[in-house]
Write a protein that binds this ligand. Sequence first.
Ligand SMILES: NC(=O)c1ccc[n+]([C@@H]2O[C@H](COP(=O)([O-])OP(=O)(O)OC[C@H]3O[C@@H](n4cnc5c(N)ncnc54)[C@H](O)[C@@H]3O)[C@@H](O)[C@H]2O)c1
Length: 304
Amino acid sequence: MLNLTGKVAAVTGSGSGIGRGMALAFAHAGADVSCSDVVPGRAEETAVMIRALGRRATAAVVDVRDRAGLGDWAGATVHDLGRLDIAVANAGIARGSSVLTMGEEDFDTQMDVNSKGVFLTVQATARAMVRAGRGGRIIVISSIAGERPEPGAFAYCGSKAAVRMMARCWAQDLAPFKITVNSIGPGFIDTPLAAGAIGEGDIRALNERWVPLGRVGYPADIGNLACWLASDEAEYITGTYNIMDGGLVDAGGWGMQTGQPPMRDAYREMLRTMSGDQLLATLDQMTVEALAEVERLRIERGLQ
Ligand SMILES: NC(=O)c1ccc[n+]([C@@H]2O[C@H](COP(=O)([O-])OP(=O)(O)OC[C@H]3O[C@@H](n4cnc5c(N)ncnc54)[C@H](O)[C@@H]3O)[C@@H](O)[C@H]2O)c1
């Protein structure tokens, strides 16, 4: 097992899902962890879990859109835990809409959290690392949505593509300081965010069919990859994008909305089990092909 003993990691959005999974993985590997989240109480819940593992942990309420707040958090991490070796810009949100309907405020919020928030997190934590002069590891969370287009999700996809490229540029900026910067592109990971994107479907059951490796991903999977990228052994890896999706993208599976066969069949099956209300509520997430399927089912079932 990778050994992060003596290191301190800081993770944004670590009060849920992948962020919590990475924070716990770092702690299992021996690191102390500075947790933060915008929702009060959430980071503290993760910190309690980490302390139960025998590691030190702090918790703070930080909105990644707040530059001063992130600077204070990075400073407090060094003050309270003694150093800052590993930083993860993880916090993110998903707001879907097509280009025809997306509101300006929704677009700005999506970009502010997912792209600008990652920049501000990297800036605040990299400055603390440069001040300490010991190098460091920075990991940013992109998505497979940043490499494949998806109807009705252009702002999310764009924000994740931006993060992936910015990470490569930051790897160049920070190489002289022996700070590595790498991005992770998760596939479907079993979290509240992914469940929201899937809608009424059972994310585990659907992924058993969609994913070549036969299961949905878990936050602990991403945690394992983050530990590797954060380890001393990964000191020569920088500017890379690390997909972790169980083979989904290469199998053409990412495309529930684009109608590629594996997703389309699984989605059709899911639609057959939905109630009329659920069907109607799912309309917003559909492609032309899936919409046609909904229309057919509505007529077949006599729904208005
Ligand atoms: N779950 C997936 O399948 C999946 C796939 C690809 C990428 N991702 C990315 O992984 C990251 C984590 O997602 P998740 O699935 O764990 O979601 P999640 O909703 O379970 O957790 C996200 C956390 O970020 C916090 N957060 C939201 N806005 C914030 C803000 N402005 N400032 C600080 N914290 C904020 C939330 O409170 C929440 O605790 C996101 O960047 C997401 O886009 C997730």
